[in-house]
Each structure stands twice: as C-alpha cells, then as structure tokens.
Design a protein around this ligand. Structure first.
Ligand SMILES: Cc1cc2nc3c(=O)[nH]c(=O)nc-3n(C[C@H](O)[C@H](O)[C@H](O)COP(=O)(O)O)c2cc1C
Length: 188
C-alpha cells in the first residue's frame, strides 16, 4: 500500500537542523513499546554527526517524565519524522499533549507506516523519515546539559540517547493504489 523512496541522510541534515533549532517548531519522533503500541512526541534537542560502524549518529534527549520515555527504554529504536510547514499544528499537538491521554496519530491526522529497519513507525505525511537504532544512553544525573537543568528533579532531567541512522526515506501511497477509475474505485 505504501512505497518508500531512499533519501541521502546528509542531504537532509540542514532541513532537520532548521526544524530542530530554536524557533523551528521541532521534529516528530515516533516510538513503539514491547506490546507494539505506538506513540510520538515533538523534539527540539538533538545532535547529528559521523559515524557509528559507518552510519551517521543521531543523538536525542528525552525526559523520563515523557510517556514516550518508557517506550524508548523498552524498544531502543525511534524514527525522526521531519515535518513540512503544513504540519505545524500536528507538531504542536504532539509537543503539548501526552500519548497517555490520547492517540496522537489520530488526533494530529498523521498516518503511521511500517518502517524498513525498525519497529517504530514512519509517518506518511512527513517528507523525511530517519530510522534510528539506539546503541547507548546516558541517564541523569549527568553533566551533558546546563547547570540550570541539573537543579531540576531527576524525572525532568533528560536521558541522552545515542543512535545510529539505518536509513532515510520518504513514503507515499503505492502509485497503483492512487489510480482511481471513473467510478472512484481504487485499483490495487
Ligand atoms: C518545540 C518543542 C520541542 C520539544 N523538545 C523536546 C525534547 O527535545 N525532549 C523532550 O523530552 N521533550 C521535548 N518537548 C516536549 C514533548 O514533546 C512533550 O512533553 C510531549 O507532550 C511528550 O509527549 P508524550 O508524553 O506522549 O511522550 C518539546 C516540545 C516542543 C513543543
């Protein structure tokens, strides 16, 4: 039903960083737990660089108080789904509401798609999906964030996750599935 187009991660990095930097609105991060339940949240903190076994590295920071945190602890994978301008309200919803209270995919009108390398889903509407597998993490207390940060309760101090990038894709409806006959029926 869906087909993927391979993207070169390095050509996507300025778009990813523009979205993540202050004022950029953030990127989406999808997660899955060991029962297969999916969730997503908005992220603004992260780093990108070379290399882990030849793959790029994606570093994110997620606070233990987030519902998504226990997903990352159970299944050490995530997808960074980079929105375009049309998805501004979806990104805001995912950064202000918790998956504890609602299905954010439904509420934000986002379509989860099976990823290629990881169990965490990609997002059809996002033009860039970066599939990441965590290889190590650093739990608080640590010295990686600001001194002000270290004054906060431990549940508000972010765990830092280091992941390797396994693939970068854009998803679309299978071209056959998009063809409709004159009665509006979809060909398969
Ligand atoms: C622009 C923006 C950037 C954010 N960046 C982060 C971040 O880097 N790390 C984090 O833990 N939370 C971040 N948040 C907050 C979470 O997205 C927010 O608390 C979300 O509701 C958590 O969802 P969850 O409880 O379903 O996991 C950010 C929120 C916004 C709006």
């Amino acid at each position: 039903m869906f087909e993927s187009e391979d993207l070169n991660f390095w050509t996507c990095t300025s778009e990813i960083l523009d979205r993540m930097r202050h004022g950029g609105g953030g990127v989406l991060c999808t997660v899955v737990d060991k029962t297969g339940k999916q969730n997503l949240l908005t992220l603004g903190w992260g780093q990108i660089g070379p290399f882990y076994h030849g793959n790029p590295i994606f570093i994110i920071a997620v606070a233990p108080m987030r519902y998504s945190w226990r997903f990352l602890e159970q299944v050490p994978e995530f997808v960074i789904a980079v929105p375009d301008d049309a998805l501004g309200s979806a990104v805001e919803l995912c950064g202000t509401k918790s998956g504890r209270d609602l299905d954010k995919f439904k509420a934000a009108g986002l379509t989860p798609v099976s990823s290629v390398h990881v169990h965490a889903p990609s997002i059809l509407e996002c033009p860039i999906n970066v599939e990441c597998r965590i290889y190590t993490s650093i739990a608080p207390p640590h010295m990686l964030l600001t001194p002000e940060h270290r004054q906060r309760p431990l549940t508000e101090q972010h765990t830092i996750y280091f992941a390797e990038v396994l693939g970068t894709y854009r998803w679309q409806m299978n071209s056959g599935a998009k063809e409709c006959d004159h009665k509006g029926n979809q060909e398969v």
